[in-house]
Design a protein around this ligand. Structure first.
Ligand SMILES: NC(=O)c1ccc[n+]([C@@H]2O[C@H](COP(=O)([O-])OP(=O)(O)OC[C@H]3O[C@@H](n4cnc5c(N)ncnc54)[C@H](O)[C@@H]3O)[C@@H](O)[C@H]2O)c1
Length: 302
C-alpha cells in the first residue's frame, strides 16, 4: 500500500532530537520566520535562507520582534530569547545548507520557484537521508518530490499561521515518500517541536484548507455582493459562532495572494465552483492589497 494511504497509523517515535539537529528554512516571510522560530526555540540549530540581503534583513527583524514579544509577554525568559537567537543564522546562499538534517521550504506559493529550490537542495544537501520538506498549502508534494533524486525523502510539513502559536501541523506524504521519512518527520514535529501532527493525503487543500478555503471564499463573495459589511460578516462569525477571528480578518492574516493561490490549486484539482476565487479577491491581489503583510487588505493596517 502506498505510504500516503496509511493516514490513520501512529508510530512510536524515538530519538528524534538526535536524528535532526541542523535545520534549514528556505524563505523568511510570515511562515518561514515562524517555522525558524519554532525550530530554534526547540533547541535546534537553524539556518534561514532568503533571496536578497534586504529580504533577509526584513525576515531577521520579523524573527527578532516575535521573540522579543514572546519575552515581553512572559512566554519565554530574556535568556531563552538570547539563546534562541544564538541558534539562528542567516544566508542568501543555499549552498550553505550542505550539512542540514532537515530542510523546510517556505517560499512563495509558486510551483516553478519551489521546484527549482528542491532541485538545488537535492544538489547541495549532503546527508544521504536528509528530509526535504515543503510548507506548501496546495502544490502537489509529488511534483516537488520527483524534482529530486530522492523522492522517498520529500514530505509536506504544513504549519499554521502564526507557527509559534498554532499547535497543529499537517504531514503530507507524496506517493513516493517512504514510511521511514514519514515516521522521522512525525517524530521531529511531535517530540522535538511539540506540535500535534495529523496526516493527510497529497490532495489539494489537505484537511484544514479543504474545509477553510471555501468558507473564506464564501465570506468574500458575501462582502462583494453587498449582503453585509466586512465588520458585520466578521462580527457574525466571532460573536455568533465563537470564532476567534472573522473570515475577512483571517483572510487578511493569511495573505490574500496565498488564499487565492490555494483556491486556484483546489479549483484546478476538483473543478468545484465553491473553490473558485471570486473576482474581488483577484482584483485585490492584482492591486497588491494582500492583507496585513502589505498594510492593506479588507482592512487597513498600520
Ligand atoms: N500565510 C499562511 O497563513 C500560510 C499558512 C501555511 C502555509 N503557508 C505556505 O507557506 C509558504 C510561504 O507563505 P508565506 O505566507 O510565508 O509567504 P510570504 O510572502 O510571507 O513569504 C515568502 C518568502 O519567500 C521568499 N522567497 C521567495 N523566493 C525565494 C527563494 N528562491 N529563496 C528564498 N526565499 C524566497 C520571499 O522573499 C518571502 O520573504 C507558502 O507555500 C504558503 O502557501 C502559508
Amino acid at each position: 500500500m502506498p505510504a500516503e494511504l496509511l493516514i490513520s497509523e501512529r508510530h512510536d517515535v524515538t530519538d528524534s532530537m538526535a536524528d535532526v539537529q541542523r535545520v534549514g528554512v528556505v524563505g523568511c516571510g510570515q511562515m518561514g520566520a515562524g517555522i525558524a522560530e519554532v525550530c530554534a526555540r526547540s533547541g535546534l540549530e537553524v539556518k534561514v535562507a532568503e533571496t536578497t540581503g534586504e529580504a533577509l534583513e526584513i525576515g531577521r527583524t520579523r524573527l527578532y520582534n516575535s521573540l522579543s514579544k514572546a519575552a515581553e509577554r512572559g512566554k519565554i525568559t530574556a535568556e531563552e530569547r538570547d539563546e534562541t537567537l544564538a541558534r539562528l543564522s542567516f544566508t542568501t546562499d543555499l549552498g550553505e545548507f550542505a550539512d542540514r538534517d532537515l530542510v523546510i521550504e517556505a517560499v512563495v506559493e509558486n510551483e516553478s520557484i519551489k521546484t527549482e529550490i528542491f532541485q538545488v537542495l537535492d544538489q547541495v544537501v549532503t546527508r544521504p537521508d536528509a528530509i526535504l520538506a515543503s510548507n506548501t498549502s496546495s502544490i502537489p508534494l509529488v511534483k516537488l518530490a520527483v524534482a529530486t533524486s530522492r523522492p522517498d525523502q520529500v514530505i509536506g510539513i504544513h504549519f499554521f499561521n502564526p507557527a509559534p502559536v498554532q499547535k497543529l501541523v499537517e504531514l503530507i506524504p507524496a506517493l513516493t515518500t517512504s514510511e521511514e521519512t514519514i515516521k522521522r518527520a512525525e517524530g521531529v514535529v511531535q517530540n522535538v517541536l511539540g506540535k500535534h501532527a495529523i496526516r493527510a493525503q497529497d490532495r489539494s487543500g489537505f484537511v484544514v484548507n479543504a474545509l477553510l478555503i471555501p468558507y473564506l471564499l464564501s465570506a468574500i463573495r458575501m462582502f462583494e455582493s453587498g449582503i453585509a459589511s466586512r465588520e458585520d460578516i466578521d462580527n457574525g462569525m466571532e460573536m455568533g459562532c465563537a470564532h476567534p477571528m472573522g473570515p475577512l480578518k483571517l483572510a487578511d492574516l493569511i495573505g490574500l495572494d496565498t488564499v487565492a493561490s490555494v483556491a486556484d490549486s483546489m479549483y484546478d484539482e476538483y473543478k468545484e465552483p465553491l473553490y473558485a476565487a471570486p473576482p474581488l479577491l483577484q482584483r485585490m491581489v492584482d492591486a497588491g492589497r494582500l492583507g496585513r503583510k502589505t498594510g492593506s487588505g479588507f482592512y487597513p493596517y498600520s
